[in-house]
Design a binder for this molecule. Structure first.
Ligand SMILES: [Fe+2]
Length: 213
């Protein structure tokens, strides 16, 4: 499998390239404002890009869609609740086939109603649902509740060695694992929803005290 994390400008955004190296077919996740390096990686591997998958429809995750679609002819894939323009709607449990690879969609609402994560061969592309040491931004009401349910009802049920590949470079490292986040992510350490919500409300102060960027 080809699996590459590529910086794409924006707010420290990460895009991903996932492909079956034998079948030479792949997908990209979240092309942002600057997708030249991402397209260069596609060319370097000689890949046919079948899908552009957006983890949600915020502008910094979809800004490169038109450019990548223009160069590759790929279909844009979003969750069925996404308001933005797309070619293929997916929902929880749907599978995108890339040669012998199977990329499974997990619907993880919270940060947005259309947030999805993509699981392929033990690697989880988490968009803005889970970061290294942080979780997605939400309001302090229904969005926070849904995010907490998505984290504990879905992501934390995955095996501890599942790799976490986030949508932004917000942490001290570019990647993590579910087990590592369970041990160290201050939001995941607060399993009780009230405590989770308290940390969200006090996050700026918490970041200042702990020297988090
Ligand atoms: Fe976002």
């Amino acid at each position: 499998m080809i699996f590459e994390q590529v910086k794409t400008g924006g707010d420290r955004n990460f895009a991903y390239l996932v492909a079956d190296e034998n079948a030479k077919v792949g997908l990209v996740v979240d092309p942002s404002f600057d997708c030249e390096e991402l397209l260069e990686r596609v060319r370097a591997h000689g890949l046919r890009i079948k899908y552009i998958v957006n983890t949600h429809s915020h502008v910094d995750h979809v800004a490169g869609n038109a450019t990548v679609k223009g160069k590759t002819g790929a279909q844009v894939v979003m969750h069925s609740l996404a308001g933005a323009k797309h070619d293929v709607s997916v929902d929880d449990g749907d599978v995108l086939e890339l040669g012998s690879l199977r990329a499974t969609v997990l619907h993880t609402p919270g940060h947005t109603v259309d947030s999805i994560c993509v699981l392929v061969d033990g690697k989880l592309v988490t968009g803005d649902t889970l970061f290294v040491g942080k979780v997605g931004g939400t309001d302090f009401g229904e969005e926070a509740k849904r995010e907490h349910e998505s984290l504990w009802g879905k992501l934390m049920n995955l095996p501890d060695d599942t790799e976490v590949w986030p949508g932004h470079d917000y942490g001290t490292r570019h990647r993590s694992t579910i087990g590592e986040e369970k041990r160290t992510n201050p939001f995941i350490l607060r399993r009780d929803f009230k405590e989770f919500l308290e940390l969200k409300k006090n996050w700026l102060e918490y970041k200042r005290i702990h020297g988090i960027k």
